[in-house]
Unconditional design. Structure first.
Lengths: 418, 418
């Protein structure tokens, strides 16, 4: 079959399954999630085999170690997938929640009901565990899903797709509620993101190149973030212990995550006292520092930051440091060079904390906390499909609620407009 | 200046003003709204003159009576604009509202803060009063705005733009926070909807042709609805008085509005008893009826509905009537032929009411109330910029909240990830 026609078939099947999955009871959805977990557990050896094929092909294609690592399904990763399915089953069902029903002077009572978005397309790289993560969140939120993983993970994904179908069938739900694209033809992505008649929203997960391409070419809304250029601003009224702990944690807790600090801003009045200690702490942890001229007057041995550094997401043990004259300069720097992801101020000053909270235009704005907290689990969403730096629809970590919409509901007693 | 360059200039100015308007105090925004009202009041005669020019040019161009009527600024319409500005000034400011701050096990406290979207582009037809409506809502919600009204209203809009600038200046806000496109070149619209770097969302208001074009060509999110094909379903368990009142009101209260009923669905068990009475009521009000075969067995003299009728928004005293065998058939018809706008069931049966509420996939779903209630004023939003039938971002009547987003805020006390 021609790839366009194949994608249209998947789209039609998804659109048709969307109605059934939107109406599915909480019980049936949870039953499906647990049955998928059971199927994965039972198919563990078949999964290893499929994954071994992917790994072998990946090595033959010369994939680098990092990509091969992400592709691999270890025992621990399979356990995590199974555990994740159980966790999503325990989350409250967002669908059907009615809120805010208020009487109006006309006599009608008006509020909102949470409803699924419809069909969600997920595009991701060769990480088979994302197949299960994404499928479980979309299923629980009552959406049909079309999953398109990286071509190197095709055998693993096909095996996982079989487990998903088994689970859906066990709960009496349509097997087409979750479909995995079973072709590695790249044209499949191009079609998936340009079928507004079948797909309501696209969530790209992966590298910047992928997300840029999807955003540019999509004809449906995209929930995404491109970069995570996060900042910590150490204010002159900061508590020194909190300041140093947060700065070190935000950079060094993990290097490859989008909520990791990439630029540290320090108020000039505390820079002389705190930067030497920070410099030592970072040096001990193997972090390369790049500073503005003022920073290098204090930390003489570090490299100079170039203009490009302020706009770079290192995803590596590298940190740029800039000394600022005021909170206004800090906010200006963040709004100009940041990626509207996550930024934190460390301060004990109420008015400055409030100013930062209000004026920093990012999906998460923090006071006295590490930027590393910006994720769905830490925020209590239970899980997340990704973090959005857009303002339309969902902003910040996107959990089950972010995969839904709200319609108005009106309770009347025969009221008419007069 | 070349029109593309002109639009880029407006875009740059809007983007730059957006920061100031997002941070503006409630007091300053209200001051601006009232000062715009004052300016309009003072410029009443100049407004009439400008509008007379538009009307004269419109007549010379051969505009029809309906278009000329919408174009005209009567005394009453100017009063309504002034009153509208005062009303928006009294609405609560959505910006900065912090909600749902909850402690997490890590010690951080997480919630959301409501923030403006940024720059909103409004594209509308030659109705100068929309200029003020849209400007006031965008201003109150902290957004910068670029307004592009129909070319026939250019003189009126330029005069209103001057009043808006006067008001903004009186409150110390940037005059570029609200800009009216002062060229009638149609290429301006094409540019406005394809500048994601300057415009965050587009709200098209007007006829289907305009909205279809904008949706198709826009490179930024669009808040819109295309059609209002609304239904009332008279269930067999309906109270007859409520049923007849709601059916008549939903069709005849106003014919040209998007929340007017276009198709009436009647359960077969009550059709014989109720349709003759309904037929008389509609005939007395001059409504042309078009029925399915079963309906015409009861109302012999009416026209047959063709397949196209079920998909038509008449915006006129015409109603299609279909007899259905069950609520399932009614819901199936609505989800297939409706426009996901507003649909109402009349019933006294709890379980069927609940089924309708859950399964009808529309932006407003009602029980025992006229579809005519679907608007921002009746829902208590204070005002609306339009009604969205999309599921992404805002659904149903879009008020001040719909022109905002929510960012996460985190209050910590030095917490780090471990």
């Amino acid at each position: 079959m021609d790839v366009n026609q194949y994608m249209i078939t998947l789209g039609e099947q998804a659109r048709s399954a969307a109605t059934a999955i939107a109406r599915a009871s909480t019980q049936d959805k949870n039953k499906a999630l647990l049955a998928i977990a059971d199927a994965i557990s039972q198919q563990r050896s078949a999964l290893y085999q499929a994954n071994a094929t992917d790994l072998e092909n990946g090595r033959a294609k010369g994939l680098d170690a990092a990509l091969l690592d992400r592709l691999e399904l270890t025992d621990a990763r399979i356990d995590t997938m199974i555990e994740g399915l159980h966790q999503v089953a325990t989350l409250p069902d967002p669908v059907g929640e009615i809120t805010n029903m208020k009487y109006r002077p006309s006599g009608i009572q008006v509020g909102k009901m949470r409803v699924p978005l419809g069909v969600i397309g997920i595009i991701y790289e060769s990480r088979p565990n994302v197949t299960i993560e994404a499928a479980s969140l979309c299923l629980k939120s009552g959406n049909a899903t079309i999953l398109r993983g990286g071509s190197e993970s095709i055998a693993s994904n096909q095996m996982l797709a079989a487990c998903i179908r088994t689970g859906l069938a066990a709960a009496g739900l349509p097997e087409t509620a979750v479909q995995v694209v079973e072709t590695t033809d790249r044209a499949a992505v191009g079609k998936l993101i340009t079928m507004p008649e079948f797909v309501d929203v696209i969530v790209p997960r992966g590298g910047k190149g992928l997300i840029e391409r999807v955003s540019k070419e999509a004809r449906v809304p995209v929930i995404k973030h491109l970069d995570g250029i996060c900042h910590v601003y150490l204010d002159r009224f900061a508590d020194k212990t909190k300041a140093l702990n947060i700065a070190v944690n935000a950079k060094t807790h993990r290097y490859g995550t989008c909520n990791t600090m990439e630029t540290l801003l320090v108020h000039q009045q505390v820079a002389n006292e705190w930067l030497p200690e920070l410099g030592e702490a970072f040096a001990a942890l193997g972090v390369e520092l790049r500073g503005c001229d003022q920073t290098r007057d204090i930390l003489n041995s570090i490299h100079a930051a170039t203009a490009a550094d302020w706009d770079t997401e290192y995803l590596a043990p590298i940190l740029s440091i800039k000394i600022v004259a005021s909170i206004d300069d800090a906010i200006e720097h963040i709004n100009r060079h940041g990626s509207h992801h996550t930024d934190s101020i460390v301060t004990e000053n109420y008015t400055l904390a409030r100013q930062f909270l209000t004026e920093v235009d990012s999906s998460s704005v923090m006071i006295n906390a590490s930027t590393r907290f910006a994720d769905g689990f830490e925020y209590g969403l239970g899980a997340e499909i990704g973090i959005s730096t857009d303002k339309i629809h969902a902003r910040g970590p996107v959990g089950l609620d972010g995969l839904t919409s709200q319609k108005y509901v009106v309770f009347g007693n025969g009221e008419v407009r007069t």
